[in-house]
Design a protein. Structure first.
Length: 204
């Protein structure tokens, strides 16, 4: 298998150097480009066709969330890597596949890159907790019919892309449904959601 092609988008050269050093030893990952702002990230994503973009959010000019929207669902997957845990909802709604903080260890970052490329949603624990608290306020407990459909397909091993195709919705909508499922079931990832779904009798 060819290595996964990565594009780094961050306005701090020291951060870019650190990411290159942290991921450079992974034989299945290849850094193909670096961008210093959102505008450059969009241009390089189109020109270099990376598999995954590591995207900072707070950059001069075009910010990370706007860049994610511009890259769109047909481009590379996007893994947000930022210092702040406050912008998670806008980033995920824009189409990001994951949200990690910059204090993540290199091995966690490498795992997240691979998972996002597979179509999974990856959230840092602190981010997942904040998001669950936010989503828990308006609706807690019973899953909607659509959320049950998503959970059943995920339990069957479907990726976000496959769920979207089966239900004729966008991958971004699938991610939103999964986030609501996580909050209502009080879990942090898809495996735990499936396990909790079986425990509650939602899956057979």
């Amino acid at each position: 298998m060819p290595p996964l092609r990565l594009l780094i988008a961050d306005d701090h050269p020291i951060v870019r150097d650190g990411l290159r050093a942290a991921l450079g030893g992974e034989p299945d990952l290849e850094i193909v480009g670096e961008a210093a702002d959102g505008e450059e990230a969009v241009l390089l994503a189109a020109r270099l066709a990376p598999d995954v973009v590591l995207m900072d959010l707070r950059m001069p000019g075009l910010d990370g969330v706007s860049a994610i929207r511009r890259i769109g669902g047909t481009g590379p997957k996007v893994l947000v890597l930022t210092t702040f845990d406050t912008d998670v909802l806008p980033a995920l709604e824009a189409g990001a596949g994951g949200y990690l903080l910059k204090d993540a260890p290199p091995e966690e970052l490498a795992r997240a890159v691979r998972a996002v490329h597979r179509g999974e949603t990856v959230l840092a624990p602190a981010v997942a907790g904040r998001l669950a608290d936010h989503l828990r306020r308006p609706a807690r407990g019973k899953l909607s019919p659509r959320e049950l459909e998503v959970l059943r397909l995920v339990a069957g091993g479907a990726t976000n892309k496959e769920v979207a195709a089966e239900l004729f919705i966008s991958e971004a909508s699938v991610k939103t449904h999964l986030l609501h499922i996580y909050a209502k079931l009080d879990v942090r990832d898809r495996a735990a959601a499936v396990g909790e779904g079986y425990r509650r009798g939602l899956l057979s």
